[in-house]
Design a protein around this ligand. Structure first.
Ligand code: F6R
Length: 242
């Protein structure tokens, strides 16, 4: 794993966006794996600014998001489809049909998971996967204990994850209990991975990611075995003085 140390969240967001822009320019038909949550918001903001200023094109790109809450339709502001529309897709030139987020309101979640996995495979796999990390080591919504062999699947969210994500809802009770997420194997099959870690709250998780054993009890630890992972971490996450 390559570690890039940056001072602040702003710098992390610029460095991450520069990396994505570089890959998009060298491969305009790139298959991008995307994440939601608080961490990538600044990165998406920089992608939009760059698109406006420099015209970086996404017309040929295809995106696959990591996950979606079960029970929330795309018009629900808590849904990850809504988040992606607001934070990125609406502001760049990517055709809507080339953006993919699992459906949280499908009648048959099992089939939705298989179909999502199929879509990724038929697209030729993911070239660059953007990731955040949960305080408990989750990647996507793969909570501790998830098999390293898992493909896209239905999960019950850990109480700590629902608690952490309550900030995106008006009350804790509104946070859905289940989600559809790419599996660990789906993520590991990506050709390149960019993991963003920001803030003091992620310090322990980052330490465990960089130095801990590879174990299903800490899902992100599997990234140690991926041949092409870059971790971008800020001073607060690294526990260093600015
Ligand atoms: C989001 C996702 C999650 C988040 C993680 C960190 O699509 O899959 O794994 O990356 O929960 O979230 P934030 O960035 O809000 O700390």
């Amino acid at each position: 794993m390559k570690l890039i140390e940056v001072r602040s969240y702003e710098e992390l967001s610029r460095v991450a966006a520069d990396c994505i822009i570089d890959r998009v320019k060298s491969n305009p038909a790139i298959k991008l794996g995307l994440a939601t949550g608080g961490t990538p918001v600044g990165t998406y903001r920089n992608l939009i600014l760059d698109h406006e200023a420099n015209g970086t094109a996404y017309r040929q790109a295809t995106t696959f998001n990591l996950d979606e809450y079960v029970g929330l339709d795309p018009s629900n502001p808590g849904s990850y489809r809504y988040f992606m529309q607001e934070r990125l897709f609406h502001w760049i030139d990517i055709p809507a049909g080339q953006t993919h987020v699992p459906s949280g309101v499908c009648s048959d979640p099992e089939r939705e998971c298989e179909a999502y996995e199929d879509l990724i495979r038929k697209a030729g796999g993911i070239d660059l996967q953007l990731l955040g990390i949960g305080g408990n080591g989750h990647i996507g919504f793969n909570e501790p204990g998830t098999s390293f062999h898992s493909l896209t699947h239905l999960v019950e969210l850990d109480p700590s994850t629902r608690e952490a994500n309550a900030r995106f809802f008006s009350s804790r009770e509104e946070v859905p209990t289940h989600a559809i997420t790419m599996g660990i194997r789906t993520i590991m099959d990506s050709r390149e991975i960019l993991l963003l870690v920001s803030g003091e709250g992620k310090r322990q998780a980052l330490k465990q990611l960089l130095n801990g054993p590879v174990t299903e009890e800490f899902p992100a630890s599997i990234l140690q075995r991926h041949p092409h992972v870059t971790v971008i971490a800020d001073s607060a996450a690294l526990g260093r003085q600015r």
